[in-house]
Design a protein around this ligand. Structure first.
Ligand SMILES: NC(=O)c1ccc[n+]([C@@H]2O[C@H](COP(=O)([O-])OP(=O)(O)OC[C@H]3O[C@@H](n4cnc5c(N)ncnc54)[C@H](OP(=O)(O)O)[C@@H]3O)[C@@H](O)[C@H]2O)c1
Length: 357
């Protein structure tokens, strides 16, 4: 079977003037060469979704990055290396809020099969949709040789060095803790006290409240002032400040998931500061906040390899646990309510997930 019946129109969350979004009827895009069409079963909200709406807002585009669903159509010509078939259960990401014919918050999404992973039978669509943005951000930030370049499981770093994963209860932090532990690091992390038990269950050896005014001293004490690798999974100005102060003598490498604060490098000359951006995975240049980012083929190769050869297996074996699902009723119509919930800072160690079809 090469396709299932697909209607000509679908519902989608579409950006409007004045930085809002509404559910509208739009054409279902037909997949071209090296593209597939997925019937969307679930979507999850990421901060990037509301940030695109609030700060970027390309009017008339479909919102949403993370989707999971069933392949219903295959484009005419496909790279045999990424062969998928109609009926496959998949999850993946698209660059939401940029294209008029492609976004996750819709009944159907046109997707790149190379940036799509097969969901194991043991993982529900609700769980699967919590994974892609968070885990791929970590893979890029932690293991790409141009970034932190850490040892990657099944290899293990010798002598269990400490790593600071700031913001362990964010979705990104949740996966970063697990991946760092698998690589043999001892993880020190930060979260609200209600999430400390979870942080330990994910593999953190030490966890501190990020609101504690003595947090830097506590990190230094528990690690013997040996921190030289930090992933800031929150990356606001206040967290960057804590992270840069937490390095031991000799400095090291700080990886951010948002833009760096303008003065942060000046605080420690012995710390290399970098930020990572998942959107480079699509293999084409992209614009954000007026700046053009070039595509780097190496980023795409790294993540494709992980999606094909590692991620489904690690989920199946329970080496990686998905983020807790917070199922939000109401489908596409209620997604902007979810944005507000997230903007108000009410998301805690969970993913807001919506069932779509
Ligand atoms: N560069 C990229 O490609 C990329 C990709 C994905 C995400 N991101 C960025 O990464 C950040 C995290 O995204 P996410 O989806 O993982 O976030 P999220 O899950 O929505 O974050 C919610 C969590 O933030 C924590 N938090 C709130 N204030 C904090 C603080 N001051 N310090 C530490 N933690 C704090 C809360 O912890 P408690 O509940 O424990 O208080 C809560 O669990 C966002 O800024 C996002 O835009 C970037």
């Amino acid at each position: 079977m090469s396709s299932l019946d697909v209607p000509p129109l679908m519902k989608a969350v579409v950006t409007q003037p004045n930085r809002t979004a509404l559910v509208q009827q739009v054409p279902v895009a037909m997949p071209g060469d090296n593209e597939i069409l997925v019937q969307v079963k679930t979507v999850a909200i990421n901060p990037t979704d509301w940030k695109h709406l609030k700060f970027i807002c390309n009017v008339g585009t479909i919102c949403g990055a993370d989707y999971a669903g069933e392949v219903v159509k295959i484009g005419p010509r496909q790279d045999p290396n990424f062969s998928l078939k109609v009926g496959d259960r998949v999850a993946g990401i698209v660059h939401g809020g940029v294209h008029k014919d492609q976004g996750a918050f819709a009944e159907y999404v046109k997707a790149d099969p190379a940036i799509t992973w097969k969901v194991p039978d043991s993982i529900s669509y609700e769980e699967a949709v919590t994974v892609s943005v968070g885990v791929l951000t970590c893979i890029q930030a932690m293991f790409h040789p141009k970034r932190l370049g850490l040892v990657q499981y099944p290899n293990r770093v010798p002598d269990q060095p400490w790593i600071l994963i700031y913001g362990g209860s964010t979705a990104v932090g949740h996966y970063a803790i697990q991946l760092a532990r698998l690589s043999g690091f001892r993880v020190v992390t930060t979260a609200s006290p209600r999430n400390h038990g979870l942080m330990r269950r994910l593999g953190a050896k030490a966890v501190f409240n990020y609101r504690d005014p003595n947090i830097v001293k506590k990190i230094k004490d528990v690690t013997g002032d040996s921190v030289h690798i930090v992933l800031d999974a929150y990356s606001e100005e206040e967290s960057q400040l804590i992270c840069i102060k937490a390095f031991g003598p000799g400095g090291g490498r700080l990886m951010l998931v948002q833009h760096e604060a303008p003065y942060i490098r000046r605080l420690r000359k012995d710390v290399t500061v970098q930020s990572t951006m998942l959107y480079s995975v699509f293999g084409r240049p992209y614009m954000m906040m007026g700046k053009t980012y070039e595509a780097d083929p190496a980023d795409r190769v790294q993540l494709i390899d992980y999606l094909r050869n590692t991620l489904p297996e690690h989920l199946r074996k329970g080496l990686l646990r998905p983020v807790k699902v917070h199922l939000w009723d109401g489908g596409l119509e209620k997604i902007t309510d979810g944005f507000q919930h997230m903007i108000q800072g009410r998301v805690s160690a969970e993913k807001l997930v919506f069932r779509i079809t």
